[in-house]
Design a protein around this ligand. Structure first.
Ligand code: FES
Length: 457
């Protein structure tokens, strides 16, 4: 949003700061600005779920009005440093800023939507309306007058508005920890050729879990526009909304805070693993249904031990959970990268340097090359960011200490190498993201010299 023409991030600006000042959201930009920026973001595949996009568009417009050079990478990196886009990996956003395409592309956006939905694993609409903030997020669509429900430690707190519900629940503002993320599992004893320990990792989707329901209808789904990288598959907010609406005989809006997502939402399960030169070895894993089987498929001669330890919940639904780590270990043992095939059948091979991440992808013939490239770049960024920088601080009692989205370690635009995607496939289209993620994770780990603990720095 713009406050008296200066771009500000709405999610951390208290209402009292804007009292008496002029607030402009994306809806208040001129028609020409809206159409120009929506067109450019769609043309470059710079918006996926779309949750971050209106804020970034407002930032670009605010600085463009003041004459900023949006063709300059350093300038755009600096402008993006106040924002977080988890989906796109930043690059297509920079392209939308520096190579503004004024008219909407002539390509078929229904087909772009099909390509996006294949990658998201659920409906993900592509179009100018998403860029301009109409992605269908549950919390935006709640009817006026709904009660608001906020999660407490053991019960839901219901009030007329969010402020009151938060007060009742005793919610405090999230904070960042000074504790460094620590892999929680000890390395098994052994004479290992390569070893790897990882920490809890937050999927870091931007729209926190939300739903609403009236007394008789179906609840809104928290997915909204995309799948949250598998992080919302088991979310219970819809069922809570239905139950509270029926109990209280009124429309109820249910909203998780960022702290709720961190504490109660699923994480990538930590592992601790050692491999011998002959490929045998031992993998310890925070017990997570479905992950051991995926690891075993990559490393069939490894013993797998599942342990239950205090900490946030984990899920096999998160991007390539477990098997990407197994592919990293395999690549570390080989000493080089090779094609990696995902359960979808798509495969990828990556080279990682300080300035460039280059990925070849065989995922059939893309339906829409712009969105195919956008998703591959997003998955490559997520892998590079995970290996080098991401992790949650969780203490020995299992309490999470990183409670803001800034504290998860997601790499900024300025720290992300250029990502080149080369499609080499033909035939039926396949979802490529997990293959790209695993290939870039393996290549990044090799590039860093296969350090035993992640994040590698
Ligand atoms: S498009 Fe930026 S967070 Fe989803």
């Amino acid at each position: 949003m713009l406050i008296d023409d200066d771009p500000r991030v709405a999610c951390v600006t208290p209402l009292r700061r804007v009292s008496g000042r002029r607030v402009t959201t994306v809806e208040g930009l001129t028609e020409e600005e809206q159409s120009k920026w929506a067109g450019s973001f769609v043309a470059h595949g710079a918006s996926q779920c779309g949750f971050c996009t209106p804020g970034i568009v407002c930032r670009f417009v605010g600085h463009e009005r003041k004459g900023a050079d949006l063709g300059n990478r350093e300038t755009v990196d600096r402008l993006l440093s106040a924002h977080l886009c988890r989906c796109t990996g930043w690059q297509t956003i920079r392209e939308a800023a520096s190579e503004v395409t004024v008219d909407l592309p002539s390509r078929d956006l229904e087909i772009a939507t099909r390509q996006a939905s294949l990658e998201a694993g659920t409906t993900q609409v592509i179009g100018p309306q998403v860029v301009l903030g109409r992605g269908g997020f549950a919390d935006d669509e709640t009817p006026d007058g709904a009660l608001v429900a906020v999660r407490g430690d053991s019960e839901w707190h219901l009030a007329d508005n969010l402020h009151q519900a938060r007060e009742q629940a005793g919610k405090i503002q999230g904070r960042r920890s000074s504790l460094e993320p620590q892999p929680p599992l000890e390395l098994p004893d052994g004479n290992w050729e390569v070893s790897l320990r990882t920490s809890w990792v937050e999927p870091a989707y931007l729209e926190t879990d939300a739903s609403w329901c009236d007394q008789v209808g179906e609840p809104a789904h928290p997915f909204a526009n995309g799948g949250a990288f598998g992080g919302k598959i088991e979310s219970d907010v819809s069922e809570v909304a239905r139950w509270l609406a029926q109990e209280n005989d009124c429309t109820v809006r249910v909203l998780w805070s960022r702290e709720d997502v961190v504490r109660y939402g699923p994480k990538r399960p930590p592992i601790s693993a050692g491999l011998r030169a002959d490929g045998t070895g031992m993998i310890r894993l925070v017990a997570t249904p479905g992950v051991a089987e995926r690891i075993q498929a990559v490393l069939p001669t490894c013993e797998i031990e599942q342990l239950t330890i205090p900490g946030p919940p984990t899920s096999s639904a998160l991007r390539a959970a477990g098997w990407a780590e197994a592919e990293m270990l395999r690549a570390g043992l080989r000493g080089n990268t090779d094609w990696i095939t995902a359960p979808s059948g798509a495969s990828a091979r990556a080279e990682v340097g300080d300035e460039l991440i280059r990925v070849e992808v065989n995922a059939g013939t893309p339906l829409d090359r712009v969105m195919f490239r956008s998703y591959c770049i997003g998955a490559a960024h997520m892998a590079y960011s995970w290996v080098t920088a991401e992790g949650l601080s969780v203490d020995q009692d299992g309490e999470v200490h990183d409670l803001t989205i800034r504290s998860f370690g997601v790499l900024r635009s300025s720290d992300t190498p250029h990502i080149e995607i080369i499609s080499v496939g033909d035939g039926p289209v396949l979802a490529a993201g997990d293959a790209v993620f695993a290939a870039v994770a393996a290549a990044t780990w090799l590039n860093r010299g296969c350090p035993p603990d992640l994040p590698s720095g």
